[in-house]
Design a protein around this ligand. Sequence first.
Ligand code: OKP
Ligand code: ZN
Length: 398
Amino acid sequence: MRRCSKSNFSNYEIYIAHRDNQIVRKLAGLLRPNVPKLAPCLLTYHSPMKTFHNTAHHMHAGKQEMFRGKLVDCHEVPDRLEYVLAELKRRKMGNILAPADDLPLQAALEAVHTREYLEFLATAWEDWVQLDPTNAQRDALPSVWPLAQAHAFRLDAPPLNFAARLGQYAFDSGTPLTAGSWQAARQGAACALAAVHAVLAGERAAFALTRPPGHHAGPAYMGGYCFINNAAVAAQALRDVGKKRVAILDIDYHHGNGTQTCFYERADIFTLSIHGDPRTEYPFFLGHADERGAGAGAGFNLNIPLPRGTGFEQWFAALQQAIAQVRQFQAEALVVPLGVDTFEGDPISGFKLRSADYLSIGQALRELALPTVLTFEGGYAVGEVGVNVANVLEGFEA
Ligand code: OKP
Ligand code: ZN
């Protein structure tokens, strides 16, 4: 691939890498264009970004979600991923892989989520059907919750009834749990982990192309279409292999409440999120600018809420602000929960980004010059989701 940048002639270099980036020959200064008017150019040959796609994603296919008192068709559909995959293949941005099956997945899951919650997920479908055999025809949705206000309900005496347990672990009724949700979510985390291992092996960046998404899922809860927090799993795994400071820069339309909560009291993982103002936008109860982290993590959370209707110029200024903070933090690795529901045509969101804007986003992220893991989050304009995601990756690689 041919890369042009605005570096000056003295930095003129050629890199030759074989497909796995194992051998890199750097021929600095050997080629100096002697035509002064020629645009300064850095030629780089490198393998395309590795994309680990979730081969089990189809197993999670919710029928309906509760929205304002009615059951409506799910927005988070299997086609979303297929359209991204098709667009990556169409542009020959391949190197599309399945995650290896010998990754230390269980440890990575338990480093982010509680064992109780993981066990709940693992048997949830079975328990749902056992509650009533005719439930096998219906997705599991919660309808009762232990509201977390002092003296309202006890949180220390968990019920045995499964409908109640579902309400204990889910914060909304828009996240259908289906027969294969656990298998799909688990394999999604494997994609995130595989992406981590790829950047460790020397890849500049890797993409976990998976659904269901993850950034709303917390240590012990599901919601917002999410079960396992793939970005959090990736960030924690990067810490566990020795990256001292990891930044998570969430650019999905919705606040990454789950990710924020996972690391709120930690200084080693800096969480940043640019999103629709929670006063009017989902998830409503978290994501305000005054949430700056707590305890040892004070100062290591940054929320940039923007009003509905925000266009690219203002959004991109927020991105630049977030990027400056990541630099100042001296992150050694970057995780990007990548949602393209900031797109103007998104059916459930309110920003006004256009398809071409995603190229600039990829470019801006690349300029951080960090080992980068991207995880696929939102984006519900199914017809454009492939182009928008591929544009981010292309901008990153250009
Ligand atoms: C997940 B992710 C729309 C209701 C919206 C939840 C939105 C979850 C978004 N009828 N409910 O951040 O893209
Ligand atoms: Zn979203």
